[in-house]
Design a protein around this ligand. Structure first.
Ligand code: SF4
Length: 244
């Protein structure tokens, strides 16, 4: 896709009434499994960019070319809108705004969990594959459930800490504006619950790894408890689309 095409696409998307505003803000970014692809502006925007392997490969030049188009068009449109509103972007007052880097126990624990579980899967890859093959001999459905459990654990491994970090950013500075904090906390809690269920499935099927898996389950339960203590109303948050 070139710049003109991307720009045209952005304009068309802005006019679509069937899209759910903000649906992509508190989702789990797992588009392959999402029921809202046809109503998601973020997904529609990425179509035409991520259609081939090259566009998804950070080492490939095409990935960076596509990103350049996105930045250039966004900047151009931003400048045009500023001009329409009479804002001179070259002469803005300096605003001393910095995103807070949160380093509390919950964030740290969730980061540690993400790294540790990925290492564990990597270190035990052979056993995991062998178990998959054994399950295949018994029942094809079981192997699919097993693969799904491993995929779920991998997908949410680092997602959980990213969302918890976001949930704590500027939290409580303006109590009336904690919308994004609560939405981020909610999707983190959902990801934790799904990871707990997936680890529970592994626990049933990998008895020789019981200690490791119980340890991960204990960590996730602790993280969940901490998140709920900090964001007691998070689960009441209504995510656009998903909770409507
Ligand atoms: S809402 Fe669904 S389609 Fe849109 S970005 Fe999130 S996971 Fe992907």
């Amino acid at each position: 896709m070139n710049k003109e095409e991307y720009r045209k696409k952005l304009n068309q998307l802005g006019k679509r009434k069937d899209l759910i505003s903000g649906v992509h803000n508190y989702c789990d970014r797992w588009c392959e499994r999402c029921p809202f692809t046809s109503k998601c502006g973020s997904f529609a925007l990425s179509e035409g960019f991520n259609d081939d392997q090259e566009s998804k490969d950070i080492e490939n030049e095409k990935f960076w070319d596509d990103l350049k188009i996105v930045f250039e068009v966004t900047l151009e449109m931003l400048k045009e809108q500023a001009e329409e509103l009479g804002i001179d972007l070259d002469n803005l007052d300096d605003v001393d705004y910095k995103h807070e880097v949160v380093e509390n126990d919950t964030v740290k624990m969730s980061k540690d969990y993400g790294i540790a579980i990925l290492d564990w899967i990597k270190d035990n890859n052979k056993e995991i594959n062998n178990l998959g093959k054994r399950l295949l001999l018994i029942n094809e459905n079981e192997v699919l459930k097993f693969q799904d459990a491993v995929e779920v654990i991998q997908w949410y491994s680092l997602f959980i800490s990213a969302k918890i970090h976001r949930a704590f950013m500027d939290y409580g500075i303006d109590d009336e504006d904690n919308y994004d904090n609560l939405g981020s906390a909610k999707i983190a809690l959902i990801a934790i619950d799904r990871s707990i269920a997936a680890l529970g499935y592994l626990l049933e099927n990998m008895p020789s790894f019981e200690d490791d898996i119980l340890n991960f389950l204990a960590k996730l339960s602790k993280i969940k408890k901490y998140v709920l203590t900090s964001f007691p109303t998070a689960m009441e948050f209504k995510r656009p689309g998903f909770d409507d």
